[in-house]
Design a protein around this ligand. Structure first.
Ligand code: HDD
Length: 728
């Protein structure tokens, strides 16, 4: 008999959806191995043969079944957003939104709605690095009592194109080039910038893409946006326009570009691991749901069109109201079954939420089911556990590949009398979905509204709203990406576009590329127009901005008073001062940080007081780019060893280069003297402050902790980039 004691995995938070999925969970501990048909397997080591040396026999159903299943294990990856990570959680509204929407999950503050969230990059393949410069997907599936509502958004509030018809062109341009399939997960290549430089409507979005938002520190530290303007409809049938936001409670933070590239090599699963680890530790990621509401009567109040997905509604014009909280509290049991098979669809709405005529949104409504049909292999993908609603499903759809539901009864049509007329249509009062009866009176025409033709004023608003370091990063990112473009004419054309946003931005990028800023950009600026059109009719218009700065567009102001979940590396060796180390570690951990000891060798350290201290990583397996800050404790022997370790000095130099907080006990001062940035430090151990660029040198642990915590919470000391002298 196999061992029968079933030790279940650690208890994970449950909700209505995760319990509902129990019927599909398989747990092998204590069980015998069997074929897919339930026959117990006696030998899983050797195939059936005529004699020990063969030949193999076709009769071997165990071999055939195992190999066949293996041969069919792969499904197509998502055509975009292939690389991603998911988690379960719950959503709760703070107060009823019944004045705005009749959506059940937004009515009851006590109601916990299960969710599954998938974060992703866009351009790379399933196995590509998490740290690509890219937009991040932020897709949320709410399993509401009225059916699934999917908010399929991104970490940027706008999009590249205004019409879904251009989506395949955009994606072909950004994906690896078709002849040699290079580069992987990168927009820094000719075809992308060729397309972008011919499509000025993408200018606002590429400003966001070249900003640090495209290289987040963590999925947990990103904003999310529904992008399009949607509709809320209340029980009285009144409609308001609404934009959805997700605001992370940990603030919005990024890594440095050089760091991102390093992480891609040291730990390409960095974001995936970070999300997984945080949830395993119980540091549940949280976001507030924000809404911007615009009454129907105000539809034309703005100097941009609410239906144009390349525009934000600045928060200064319509404030974001925080109306609920999303908490991710459970990792999936199985990546493929849950995260990979999750099928999101912008068309999954519930009563109380409806669409607008945004032409990008309208095209998306077609694409998502269509793509699941090929990716998940047929029309029954909604029966896969992760996609199954918790609301009941009764309809007359039948059959198809892999049908799971066993529909009883004779009738599968409506109207019917043999089935008693069931399933019956639901009156609106019983939750039947009714589309908002928007009046449309128009000619059938392929065209773009003139109200969509201002491509630069919000790009400019974004640029002007950035802090100085953020502006520098934007310039560096454009210079890097266009520097990777081989066709000089494309670089030049893009500088022309940038000059229409801001001449100083264009000049800075042009300087790096040693190209001129043209007095007037190449004509026509916009190459996206119909064959019979007069190009002049399609050129961008310049709109006088009503707003020159929006605080909400900069990451600089986001939350800076916590070190929760920040990772701190301790560089130590035998002989370390364990009193100081333990005091600092305890203080940081009690503030929610994660402290890891990195030593020359794996295993353990022996402290100055002969105490064994477990080591988390050796200098070989750790890297500074995987941490937010570094601490070097004192202890004469430890400091001398660390000083003599080139990898440890490199660790500190790199942490300095990436503008991270560094704290060093007075007794380890010699380690700092061996770094490249020793020149930044005073000759003695005079107290340092956070303002002195985040290098903390204190003689007491208590003071060191105080300053260090402040410095870590500040995230980065971007001013250090200015000298740009540090080799690491
Ligand atoms: Fe899309 C996936 C977000 C425009 C067609 N999209 C996908 C995912 C996200 C977005 C987050 C991954 C969902 C997941 O984790 O499984 N997409 C957006 C946003 C857009 C957008 C915020 C603009 C506002 N998408 C867009 C357009 C089209 C598509 C215009 C086509 C006309 N998107 C798809 C798709 C994908 C997809 C091909 C690939 C995999 C999938 O749907 O399930 O249908």
């Amino acid at each position: 008999m196999a061992k029968k004691t079933k030790t279940r995995q650690a208890k994970q938070p449950e909700n209505a959806k995760t319990k509902e999925m129990d019927m599909n969970r398989e747990f092998a501990e204590g069980e015998f191995m069997a074929t897919n048909h339930g026959v117990r397997i006696n030998n899983d080591q050797d195939s059936l043969k005529a004699g020990a040396r063969g030949a193999s026999l076709l009769e071997d159903f165990i071999l055939r079944e195992k190999i066949t299943h293996f041969d069919h294990e792969r499904i197509p990856e998502r055509v975009v957003h292939a690389r991603g990570s998911g988690a379960h959680g719950v959503f709760k509204v703070y107060e009823s939104l019944s004045n705005l929407t009749k959506a059940d999950f937004l009515q009851h503050p006590e109601l916990e709605t299960p969710v599954f969230v998938r974060f992703s990059t866009v351009a790379g393949s399933r196995g590509s690095t998490d740290l690509a410069r890219d937009v991040r997907g932020f897709a949320v599936k709410f399993y509401t009592r009225e059916g699934n509502f999917d908010l399929v958004g991104n970490n940027m509030p706008i999009f590249f194109i205004q019409d879904a018809l251009k989506f395949p062109d955009l994606v072909h341009a950004v994906k690896p080039e078709p002849d040699n399939e290079i580069p992987q997960a990168a927009s820094a290549h000719d075809t992308f910038w060729d397309f972008i430089s011919l499509m000025p409507e993408s200018t606002h979005m590429v400003m966001w893409l070249m900003s640090d938002r495209a290289i987040p520190r963590s999925y947990r530290m990103m904003e999310g946006f529904g992008v399009h303007t949607f509709r809320f409809v209340n029980a009285q049938g009144e409609s308001n326009f609404v934009k959805f936001h997700w605001k992370p409670l940990l603030g919005v933070h990024a890594v440095a570009w050089d760091e991102a590239q390093n992480i891609s090599g040291k730990d390409p699963d960095f974001h995936r691991r970070d999300l997984w680890d945080a949830i395993e530790r119980g540091a549940f990621p949280e976001w507030e749901l924000g809404i911007q509401v615009v009454p129907e009567a105000d539809e034309h109040r703005f100097d941009f069109d609410l239906l144009d997905p390349t525009k934000i509604i600045p928060e200064e014009l319509v404030p974001v109201q925080r109306v609920g909280k999303l908490t991710l509290n459970r990792n999936p049991d199985n990546f493929f079954a849950e995260t990979e098979q999750a099928a999101f669809h912008i068309g999954h709405v519930v009563p109380g939420i409806d669409f607008t005529n945004d032409p990008l949104l309208q095209g998306r409504l077609f694409s998502y089911t269509d793509t699941q049909l090929i990716r998940l292999g047929g029309p029954n993908f909604q029966e896969i556990p992760i996609n199954r609603p918790i609301a009941q499903v009764h309809n007359n759809q039948r059959d198809g590949y892999m049908r799971q539901t066993i529909n009883k009864g004779k009738s599968s049509y409506d109207p019917n009398s043999l089935g008693g007329g069931y399933p019956a249509q639901a009156p609106a009062a019983d939750g039947g979905f009714t589309s908002y009866p928007e009046r449309i009176d128009a000619h059938k025409i392929r065209a773009r509204s003139k109200s969509f033709f201002d491509h630069f004023s919000q790009a400019r608003l974004f640029y002007y709203s950035q802090s100085e370091p953020e502006k520098n990063h934007l310039i560096d990112a454009f210079s890097f990406e266009l520097g990777k473009v081989k066709t000089v004419a494309v670089r030049q054309r893009m500088i022309g576009i940038l000059s229409l946003v801001d001449r100083s931005l264009a000049a800075a990028v042009a300087h790096a590329l040693r190209l001129p800023v043209p007095d007037a950009p190449e004509q026509p600026v916009n190459h996206s127009f119909p064959a019979d059109a007069d190009p002049a009719e399609y050129q961008p218009i310049q709109v006088e901005a009503t707003l020159t700065r929006s605080e909400a567009l900069s990451m600089a102001g986001t939350r800076k008073d916590t070190i929760a979940t920040r990772k701190i590396a301790v560089l130590a060796a035998d002989g370390v001062d364990d009193v100081a180390l333990n005091a600092v570690r305890a203080a940081l951990e009690s503030a929610g940080a994660i402290v890891e000891i990195i030593a020359p060798r794996q295993g353990f350290l022996i402290s100055a007081n002969d105490v064994r201290i477990a080591v988390d990583h050796s200098l070989l397996t750790a890297a500074s780019v995987l941490y937010d800050a570094v601490y070097v404790p004192g202890g004469t022997n430890s400091a001398a060893t660390i000083e003599g370790e080139p990898d440890a000095i490199h660790f500190l130099n790199e942490a300095f280069k990436h503008c991270k907080a560094i704290a060093v006990d007075a007794g380890a001062r010699q380690v700092l003297d061996a770094t490249y940035f020793a020149y930044k430090l005073p000759a003695d151990n005079a107290p340092q402050t956070v303002e002195r660029e985040g290098i903390i040198l204190e003689s007491t642990s208590a003071e060191l902790v105080k300053q260090f915590k402040k410095a870590i919470a500040s995230h980065r000391f971007w001013d250090r980039e200015k000298p740009r002298k540090v080799p690491a």
